[in-house]
Design a protein around this ligand. Structure first.
Ligand SMILES: [Ca+2]
Ligand SMILES: [Ca+2]
Length: 321
């Protein structure tokens, strides 16, 4: 009863206040990232590149506002340096999400390189619908962690890819990841918790799964002692491959709530998993699951990016309020 009460109080506190610690509304996000968004459509992408190119080729003049937004290095002139910076900004991945919570109990800032809370899976394959072997060679650190699907030159597997998993198990609390999934038919990019028979536990899992054929949505799911079929397709309202967003879930004894950019989007309360689990991220091509993921074209390499992963305990969440 006491535990249940604690969980209930936590829910109220957390849902009411916790996310105010990251007060990034749509507006402030826009303000933060608008340098480079020359056409002010709240996205920094190829369209802005084309507009800037036209300006530099004297095929277009800028309004005052466009000029300010195109002057990426803020030196009061718009030239080839801004063009290079804009291209770099896009290839590095624009960050539309909330900031990292450095007061979380587990902070894996993957922008700084390898993190001792995690290690790469492999060399092995999960088998089943995973058409790849896991190898640390396909995990790179380049301003973010990059997991890349490639061909397997050795011929042992069709493809190689990477999975990053936590060294220890984590329980109830708030899990968060800043990431960009792969956009490609037949590919799944995941941020999830998992434990199962391979760890000597019942199969418990809580998922964000990006099905690469449509990255404007994300599939939410969970398993409790192997019982799944809780798939829910969340319409994000943006294309996840266009930049970093923050994906989180609050795992309590009696509910799971999934968050996108700090906003609660979906809650479940039935048959909630209870076993402490590993935190994992991965990207993989499917086999034999075309009705779920669509057929994979085999065009590689394909890269998913992860800026950071954090976990905050219920105790810390309650203190923060
Ligand atoms: Ca734009
Ligand atoms: Ca400039």
């Amino acid at each position: 009863m006491k535990k249940k009460m604690f969980s209930y109080i936590c829910s109220i506190l957390i849902l009411g206040n916790y996310l105010n610690l990251f007060p990034v509304s749509a507006d402030s996000t826009t303000n933060e990232v608008c340098l480079g968004d020359i056409n002010s459509d709240h996205k920094i992408n190829e369209k802005d590149i084309l507009i800037l190119r036209d300006y530099l080729h004297n095929r277009k003049t800028f309004t005052k506002q466009e000029f300010i937004l195109a002057d990426i290095n803020e030196d009061l002139s718009v030239n080839i340096f801004d063009f290079v910076l804009l291209k770099k900004k896009i290839s590095d991945g624009i960050d539309y999400g909330t900031s990292i919570n450095n007061s979380a109990d587990m902070v894996a800032d993957l922008r700084k390189g390898r993190n001792f809370y995690f290690f790469p899976s492999g060399p092995w394959t999960n088998g089943g619908c995973f058409d790849c072997g896991w190898t640390s060679s396909n995990i790179a650190f380049n301003k973010a962690m990059e997991i890349t699907i490639t061909n397997d030159a050795s011929g042992k597997y069709h493809y190689l890819s990477g999975e990053y998993r936590s060294a220890i198990n984590y329980s109830y609390g708030y899990y968060e990841c800043s990431m960009i999934p792969i956009k490609a038919d037949g590919v799944d990019t995941g941020f999830f918790t998992y434990t199962g028979p391979s760890e000597g536990d019942p199969w418990d899992e809580i998922d964000f799964e990006f099905l690469g054929y449509d990255t404007t949505k994300v599939q939410l799911n969970y398993y409790t002692d192997g019982v799944g079929e809780h798939e829910y397709m969340l319409d994000l309202g943006f294309d996840a491959m266009e930049g970093y967003h923050t994906y989180g879930f609050l795992w309590l004894e009696d509910s799971i709530t999934w968050y996108v950019d700090g906003v609660a989007r979906y809650t479940v309360t039935e048959n909630i998993p209870s076993n402490p689990s590993k935190i994992m991220v991965n990207a993989w091509p499917g086999i034999g699951v075309d009705t779920w993921l669509k057929p994979f074209s085999g065009d590689v390499p394909l890269t998913a990016k992860f800026q950071w992963i954090t976990w905050t305990s219920l105790e810390t969440l309650s203190k923060e309020n």
